[in-house]
Write a protein that binds this ligand. Structure first.
Ligand code: AMP
Ligand code: GLY
Length: 428
């Protein structure tokens, strides 16, 4: 079985690492990949939205299965592109159809879907240029803080949480009338603010049956104590201590089952990962967001905890036979610490030589923003989020200690990582 993985981050390295362990795996291709994925397969210099070149690669390399890492190609319809092509239609794409990917591609679509299927989520109103004054009235009736979400994809930057009513009103106007987030904020979802701890739950589905993957929590802010700017993710842990069996059972009954049944009843084809961003509100789960893919940096702690053969499960998704499979977890904890470039998520430099990777013990290093400098036989930084260091432990503290001991041994100019991953879960 030859697999093509689309993407270039730590999530895609983790997928390649796991698929490479399958007895069914022959060749792995990653487009475009990074310096880490090179050691597991062949990197192809093709962008994730370049469907025509992806098609050529699938034919040339005899690809049997395509796993899509990021949301962009899914929202742009890569699933449908394969389905509608005479040559590609028999090659399964792991991901939802374009229509179902709207669960991530449009916050308004996702909220409407949840209300249609009685899936617990925050109260909301969607506003555009035609009902802006209704939006202002809705804000008047909410209590602070105020949550404003650009409807479309905005590279993770489209959510504003504001303490002052006047500021919320000004931002709402700026999002809609000044296109603060471009077309993504032509429509804005105003939401009731929910208080509680967040966690992420992942499901792999063939559209009918599903398996629930290990849960995780990610740390989005650049600074310790969850301070400072939002990032693509500074670390993650799995499992989440408060997400016990009873909580996950509630998630399954109130959220997972109605979501999959809802997709089915509306004829929305979904054969891939569903990411449920949840908040525990008074012991009960509510959906903060859907994503139509695995999370990053959650994948770097979730995938190492899957003991089952992931490739076998992905093939079953393609064949509609997932119901015949069970998923087995590694019972240990995992913790992931992200090493990032100095200055990230604002201005940062690339091309710094990375050293120390040969001295790793008790950890897995997943590459994200790295590139191989073949001429100088060096690995260099090539992005803001550079490397994810994941370790196992019999306790969360042990997993974190192992990950930190290794993170300390990796060096590059400007290296930064948060020292408090897991801090709010009683681990440190
Ligand atoms: P989203 O892109 O929808 O996941 O939102 C980004 C982040 O904003 C979430 O991870 C939460 O931390 C926060 N957030 C979003 N919606 C709400 C809400 N209704 N109440 C509280 N926090 C929220
Ligand atoms: N960690 C959040 C995301 O992948 O969107």
């Amino acid at each position: 079985m030859n697999t093509l993985i689309l993407g270039s981050g730590g999530r895609e390295h983790a997928l390649a690492w796991k698929i490479a362990q399958s007895r069914l795996s022959e060749k792995i291709f990653i487009a475009p990949g990074n310096a880490g994925t090179r050691s597991l397969g062949t990197n192809l210099p093709i962008g994730v939205n370049d469907f025509d070149h992806i098609k050529t690669a699938v034919i040339e390399h005899d690809i049997d299965l395509v796993v899509v890492g990021p949301e962009d190609p899914l929202v742009n319809g890569i699933y449908d592109y394969f389905q509608q092509d005479k040559i590609l239609c028999n090659t399964p794409v792991i991901g939802p159809s374009k229509a179902a990917a709207m669960l991530e591609g449009s916050k308004d679509f996702a909220k409407d879907f949840m209300f249609r299927h009685q899936i617990p989520t925050a109260a909301y109103l969607t506003v555009d240029v035609n009902n802006l004054s209704e939006g202002m009235d809705f804000l008047d009736r909410l209590s602070p803080p105020y949550v404003l979400k650009a409807d479309g994809l905005a590279q993770g930057k489209g959510v504003l949480i504001l303490d002052q009513l006047a500021e919320a009103k000004a931002e709402l106007k700026s999002m809609i009338t000044d296109a603060k987030f471009g077309d993504a904020s032509k429509k804005v979802v105003i939401e009731e603010f929910l208080t509680g701890i967040e966690c992420s739950v992942f499901v792999l589905t063939d559209g009918t049956d599903y398996v629930i993957l290990p849960d995780a929590k990610d740390y989005k802010r650049i600074g310790e104590g969850n301070s400072g700017l939002n990032t693509g993710g500074m670390g993650s842990v799995s499992p989440v201590p408060f997400a016990n069996t009873e909580f996950i059972k509630k998630v399954e009954k109130l959220i997972i089952v109605p979501t999959i049944k809802g997709l089915q009843s509306e004829g929305l084809i979904y054969k891939g990962f569903i990411f449920f961003g949840l908040i525990q509100d008074g012991g009960n789960p509510k959906v903060i967001e859907y994503n139509c893919r695995m999370g990053d940096p959650e994948s770097e702690s979730v995938i190492p905890r899957i003991q089952s053969d992931l490739l076998e499960l992905l093939i079953a998704v393609g064949n509609n036979t997932l119901g015949k499979h069970k998923i087995v977890f590694d019972e240990r904890y995992t913790a992931t610490v992200f090493l990032v470039s100095g200055g990230y998520p604002e201005k940062f430099e690339k091309g710094k030589v990375i050293s120390g990777l040969e001295n790793m013990n008790n950890c897995i290093v997943f590459h994200a923003g790295t590139a191989k400098d073949i001429e100088n036989n060096a690995i260099k930084t090539n992005g803001g989020r550079v490397l994810a260091v994941t370790s196992y432990g019999y306790s969360l503290r042990q997993a974190l200690n192992n990950a930190y001991a290794n993170a300390e041994n990796i060096h590059f100019e400007g290296r930064y990582f948060r020292n408090d991953i897991g801090f709010d879960l009683g681990a440190r």
